[in-house]
Write a protein that binds this ligand. Structure first.
Ligand code: COA
Length: 386
């Protein structure tokens, strides 16, 4: 490695521009996140997850005809091969839903009619299938591991992806506000530029590998607690704290032990709160009031106050990120904690597919170099002399 290359080295690629994209813009200084130029704050007010997915994948807001054709295609794709259901029934129940999801998405490629084609048309069709199949797989496995029969997806055109997922978990129609909040959660998690899992998907796609392979790699990256796995850890923390009286003691101890608080800090939003957390805080608050269960929101707020204060005192500010208030929101919606990260994956599927399509459309192999720190020019010693 040359001197210049060594100087350019940034641990964790922090701040490195690693590619070009027209999909998502994060303006950390102004707490603004936009998809294809549209502020997510407007998308959660006026759009739906389906329309947002179209926007991310196609690059523009659909006309009414385009949106209804897209929704129709998503509904028609609400099915998984019976062989996949059989395989799901064989997955050991101790397998985490995220591990199951990674395996099943990979397996699903073997049943996809266009698995080997990376043309824009094939990729668009595969994106539709993956977005539609993800909720079915997650809900079916959840029910199977609780010894319940999977519930067939609704084919009713008025049933949104959000509403249908909540329905497939319990067999009961969620109320309108719950459906709306869940749809907002899906919109907010749908993309976030070159985050770790999306970058992983693009690295795989850049070898000209197929969409299912790229998405499978992305799921593996999302699973980690520094990325999508944080929302489950937030809920586990809330459950351990369990009461407003325990917040200060618990969080102070975590700081003293040098532990990271899940749901706080972000590589890009260094000096401000993640704009998605601001929206989700309101969802969590309002949902708690409507469901007469404000406990988890109140504990979240108390944790947030002390974490922000302690971090400011250390002169290492951190603020809530997208995972923090999504935990209390999902919990009050009655969703099992182990499903939090798979739900993130189900939503991010739209963003991953959009990035894979963009990568394939203007591809260059992604192949960085390493700053070599190891030994050099050693003499090989015969095994008997070591
Ligand atoms: N709790 C306590 N301290 C934290 C923290 C957290 N959640 N996040 C960052 N910090 C501290 C670090 O300890 C570090 O301080 P130090 O220099 O004294 O060690 C400093 O802030 C910078 O953090 P660092 O981990 O180097 O930043 P990063 O950009 O590499 O990491 C995250 C970003 C998201 C991985 C990190 O904030 C984190 O681990 N958060 C918790 C997991 C999480 O919520 N992930 C979801 C992200 S959307």
């Amino acid at each position: 490695m040359t001197q210049a290359q060594t100087e350019e080295f940034k641990a964790g690629l922090d701040g490195v521009i690693a590619g070009e994209s027209k999909i998502c813009l994060i303006d950390g200084d102004n707490r603004r996140l936009s998809y294809r130029g549209y502020n997510v704050a407007d998308l959660v007010k006026y759009s739906s997850f389906e329309e947002t997915a179209y926007l991310l994948i196609k690059g523009y807001l659909p006309t009414p005809d385009e949106l209804s054709a897209f929704k129709k295609a998503l509904i028609e794709a609400r099915q998984i091969p019976t062989q996949i259901l059989d395989i799901l029934a064989l997955v050991p129940v101790k397998t985490s839903p995220m591990d199951m999801f990674r395996t099943i998405i990979s397996t699903l490629s073997q049943y996809d009619p266009e698995v080997d084609s990376n043309t824009p048309e094939a990729n668009f069709n595969k994106a539709i299938r993956l977005i539609a199949q993800a909720p079915i797989i997650i809900a079916a496995y959840h029910r199977l591991r609780h010894k319940l029969k999977p519930i067939e997806a609704k084919k009713d055109p008025s049933s949104s992806l959000a509403a249908n997922f909540l329905y497939m978990l319990t067999g009961e129609e969620a109320d309108e506000y719950a459906q709306k909040v869940f749809d907002i959660c899906l919109i907010l998690h749908a993309d976030h530029c070159f985050n770790a899992s999306t970058f992983t998907a693009r690295v795989t796609a850049a070898t000209l590998s197929d969409m299912h392979s790229a998405v499978t790699s992305a799921i593996g990256a999302l699973k980690g607690p520094l990325h999508g796995g944080a929302n489950q850890e937030v809920m586990e923390l809330l459950l351990k704290v369990n009461s407003l009286d325990n917040v200060d003691g618990y969080i102070n101890k975590m700081f003293e032990e040098g532990k990271k608080i899940p749901g706080f800090g972000h590589r890009v939003y260094r000096n401000c709160e993640d704009p998605r957390a601001t929206i989700l805080r309101e969802c969590s608050r309002e949902l708690g009031i409507r469901n007469k269960n404000t406990k988890w929101f109140e504990i979240s707020e108390a944790i947030s106050q002390i974490v922000v204060k302690r971090a400011e005192e250390k002169k290492k500010p951190i603020y809530p990120n997208v995972d923090f208030y999504s935990a209390s929101t999902y919990h009050v919606l009655g969703i099992d904690t182990q499903l939090f990260t798979p739900i993130f994956a189900m939503s991010r599927m739209a963003g991953w597919c959009a990035h894979i399509i963009e990568q394939h459309a203007n591809n260059r192999l992604i192949r960085p170099q390493a700053h070599y720190l190891g030994e050099k020019d050693l003499n090989y010693l015969e095994i008997s002399k070591r």
